[in-house]
Design a protein around this ligand. Structure first.
Ligand code: HEM
Length: 227
């Protein structure tokens, strides 16, 4: 769906929220590719020594897990905390979202629907377990052999589980006609107000849903030194 003009836009993700997302996504893709290359072993011939692949992988893994945290701390930390809080609480609408038998009308979702909340919580937990198991595999000589083996098994299981979840995420962000407009929010920050009204109706009207016009007035006031 195309936006219907400047006044019809609403800010969905600020700069910090977008930086956190893209650092996490960029680190993820590189960690996934280098991790799979380590697992398969065939890419070693192409890239060279396993050591290089390992350095790339650990660097990508740390970017995936820690760079978003750093960006959040340096940027608008409150907006990141608010998003986590919004994803933490489940309400009747969320239960309706997962109830296959309930087909009573359109979405009544807030800032995030139940699928997005589940994705966010799963991703946060998976990131933590990737970091812990990866650190044990990295510093394997400090740990018990059995612990290192278990960490490796957990790391591999997480890889294939997160791959399935990520493909679902890509489908909603790039293919599904009803939800793919959300990609615009993650690229430019703004989404069409009428799209938000249909997909996230209860989010509109909340303080973190400012319109493009309000943002402009805000910026102009700041430039004049009024605020
Ligand atoms: C979060 C930080 C991460 C750290 C610190 C980390 C660290 C490591 C280390 C040290 C290894 C062993 C490399 C070797 O063979 O010597 C490894 C392997 C691997 N990692 Fe990660 N990793 C992280 C995140 C990820 C992510 C996000 C993925 C996939 C999405 C991933 C997938 C893999 C795979 C598939 C392997 C090969 C497993 C194997 O050899 O059994 N890792 N990782």
């Amino acid at each position: 769906m195309e936006p219907d003009g400047d006044l019809g836009l609403v800010l969905r993700f600020n700069r910090t929220q977008r930086a956190v997302h893209w650092l996490h996504a960029g680190g993820f893709v590189l960690a996934l590719l280098s991790g799979l290359a380590l697992l398969v072993g065939a890419a070693e011939e192409l890239i060279g020594h396993r050591f290089v692949l390992r350095v790339i992988h650990i660097g990508a893994g740390l970017t995936f897990a820690l760079a978003p945290l750093l960006a959040a701390r340096l940027g608008d930390w409150h907006s990141i905390r608010a998003d986590f809080r919004a994803a933490q609480w489940w309400d009747a609408e969320d239960r309706r979202f997962f109830a296959i038998t309930d087909d009573s009308g359109g979405s009544r979702a807030g800032r995030f629907n139940a699928g997005q909340k589940a994705n966010l919580m799963f991703t946060a937990a998976a990131t933590l377990f990737f970091l812990i198991s990866g650190a044990i595999m990295w510093q394997y000589f400090r740990f018990d052999r059995a612990l290192v083996q278990n960490a490796g098994m957990l790391h591999d299981t997480l890889t294939f589980t997160i791959l399935v979840v990520w493909l679902g995420h890509l489908w909603y962000a790039l293919v599904n006609p009803r939800t793919r407009h959300s990609m615009r929010g993650m690229l430019s920050g703004y989404v069409d107000r009428s799209w938000a009204a249909s997909v996230h109706p209860r989010w509109l009207g909340q303080p973190n849903a400012s319109s493009a016009a309000e943002m402009k007035i805000d910026r102009a006031a700041k430039q004049e030194g009024g605020l």
